[in-house]
Design a protein around this ligand. Structure first.
Ligand SMILES: C[S@@+](CC[C@H](N)C(=O)[O-])C[C@H]1O[C@@H](n2cnc3c(N)ncnc32)[C@H](O)[C@@H]1O
Length: 489
């Protein structure tokens, strides 16, 4: 899904004509038995077909400034907007602006109108202007409520290093930047609490996206916040190269991140309320096809995570094939080097379903596939063993995952899992290290008899094929004193 946080354009897409019903979707989720009672399932479908409320977050660069802004909203803005509106109904609704109950310190708000309703209504000009002006100045960020959850659960602190793997358009990146600056209350150039207190911060966020055009959105988001802590990269997250840092004591070392956010591409059925075209395009096949790239991205994220660091894996999909199945596969691959974190106490007011440890897999025509052995040959490249619940699913604490259901707190749908890395190196990286050492020993032996050029040709292809971790091909790194490099220079 490339549509997170994008404004939908009903005129351009004829969204008003879209029928918000999809029988395969209903059948799929009835079979998943996420929701047990028929009444609740009906409520779930009803809310999914309703438009999403507008939400915004007060920027938290400076606690004092954010609190003053909140107090002004509470005391003046709401009253002024309501007075201007004079209780007129908009889209059949009475204007309601209230704090999001689970967001700390009333610093995020929800308005019971869509963006289009706010733009078109003549009785709430003040509110419309407020949203536009304060967004431009960076005082507020318009962001979907569920999208605010991962940075909050990651509990990002000033000074930390954070990798945002699939970051565009950048609403979570902006939130991460603000969290990195939180205690100093100072941005690099502007927006500081104490004027002239311009500081370089220690923290860092690397915001990456594979889509070059969308990287410009990232640049726009972070520029608004004038931070010195942001690096934007344009790379496939599944193959992100290592990052390096250097200091006077240890010289150049690989940078491992304190926090990683893998907010991966997904089928996006949690975005039905704002991306209406997902209703017509939904198929179980979409999630099946994305499962493998989702695993690869999350796996690379875990490799780049520091020991005791935490990675948030999140999607705006409700589908277990893109969610619990990925988390279970990672935990099993890591063989005890990873554990799920119970995040339910971090935001106590946030209502969600716990993760599940049994689910069903269907093909794109909604036929149930009972087990990995029964996957029809034509689906073998897409549907793998990891799509299915593993036999040890009940031992993996998948209940610690969080599924945000739209009908619980009038939001979009979302899934998030927090994974802690318990070791410096994951078992699959150790395997590849062993192969590298083995290869190096072989090379050293050969070097005694062969010329250097011969050595480069003699890499054993069988050993290469055994490699399971990340490999920085197609690069070959030369030493500064390498004679080939000197000749090239
Ligand atoms: C759900 S959106 C991310 C939303 C973003 N985290 C935010 O809060 O604004 C998924 C993003 O993943 C990007 N993407 C897709 N495949 C990718 C890959 N292989 N590597 C990195 N980014 C990828 C898409 O371009 C898209 O911007």
């Amino acid at each position: 899904n490339h549509t997170d946080d994008r404004d939908t354009n009903p005129r351009k897409n004829n969204y008003s004509e879209i029928v918000k019903k999809n029988e395969n979707f209903e059948d799929y989720y009835r079979n998943q038995k996420l929701i047990e009672s028929n009444e609740e399932f009906a409520e779930f479908l009803k809310v999914l077909a309703e438009p999403l409320p507008t939400t915004f977050r007060i920027s938290s660069f400076c606690q004092g400034q954010a609190q003053r802004m909140r107090d002004i909203i509470q005391s003046d803005y709401i009253k002024d907007c309501q007075a201007e509106n004079n209780d007129e109904l908009i889209g059949g609704k009475k204007l309601d602006i209230s704090p999001i109950p689970w967001y700390p310190n009333n610093l995020a708000w929800t308005i019971n109108l869509t963006k289009t309703e706010i733009r078109k209504s003549r009785t709430i000009n003040l509110l419309h202007k407020f949203l536009i002006c304060e967004t431009e100045t960076g005082d507020i960020s318009r962001q979907e409520a569920v999208s605010m959850i991962p940075p909050l659960l990651l509990d990002i602190k000033p000074g930390q290093t954070v990798l945002d793997m699939c970051a565009a358009p950048g609403s979570k990146t902006a939130q991460i930047i603000e969290m990195l600056h939180q205690e100093s209350g100072s941005t690099f150039i502007s927006g500081d609490c104490q004027k002239n207190d311009v500081k370089y911060m220690d923290g860092l966020v690397v915001a990456n996206d594979v889509d070059n055009r969308r990287c410009y959105m990232l640049a726009h988001q972070s520029k608004r916040l004038s931070s010195s802590c942001v690096v934007i990269t344009n790379h496939d997250a599944a193959n992100l190269p290592d990052f390096y840092k250097s200091d006077s004591e240890r010289g150049k070392t690989v940078l491992k991140f304190d926090r990683v956010l893998a907010d991966v591409l997904c089928s996006g059925d949690g975005t039905f309320r704002k991306n209406y075209d997902v209703w017509t395009k939904w198929s179980a096949g979409n999630a099946n096809n994305l499962h493998n790239i989702q695993i690869k991205i999350a796996k690379r994220g875990l490799e780049l995570l520091a020991k005791n660091g935490i990675m948030a894996y999140s999607t705006c999909s409700l589908n277990p094939v893109e969610n619990e199945a990925i988390v279970a596969a990672l935990l099993n691959m890591a063989n005890g080097d990873l554990e799920l974190v119970d995040a339910s106490r971090i935001l106590p007011e946030l209502k969600c379903y716990p993760g599940i440890d049994t689910w069903i897999v269907m093909d794109k025509d909604n036929h149930i596939i009972a087990s990995p052995k029964e996957v029809p040959e034509k689906y073998l490249p897409q549907i793998r063993k990891t799509h299915f619940p593993p036999s040890n699913a009940s031992e993996l604490n998948l209940k610690y995952c969080m599924r945000i259901m739209p009908h619980y707190q009038n939001t979009g749908g979302f899934f998030i899992a927090l994974i802690r890395k318990k070791t410096d190196t994951l078992c699959w990286e150790k395997e590849s290290d062993e192969i590298t050492i083995e290869k190096k020993n072989d090379d050293d032996k050969e070097q005694q008899t062969n010329s250097k050029d011969d050595n480069k040709k003699n890499n054993n292809p069988d050993k290469k094929n055994k490699y399971t971790g990340f490999r920085e091909e197609p690069f070959y790194f030369l030493n500064e004193n390498d004679e080939d490099w000197i000749a090239l220079k």
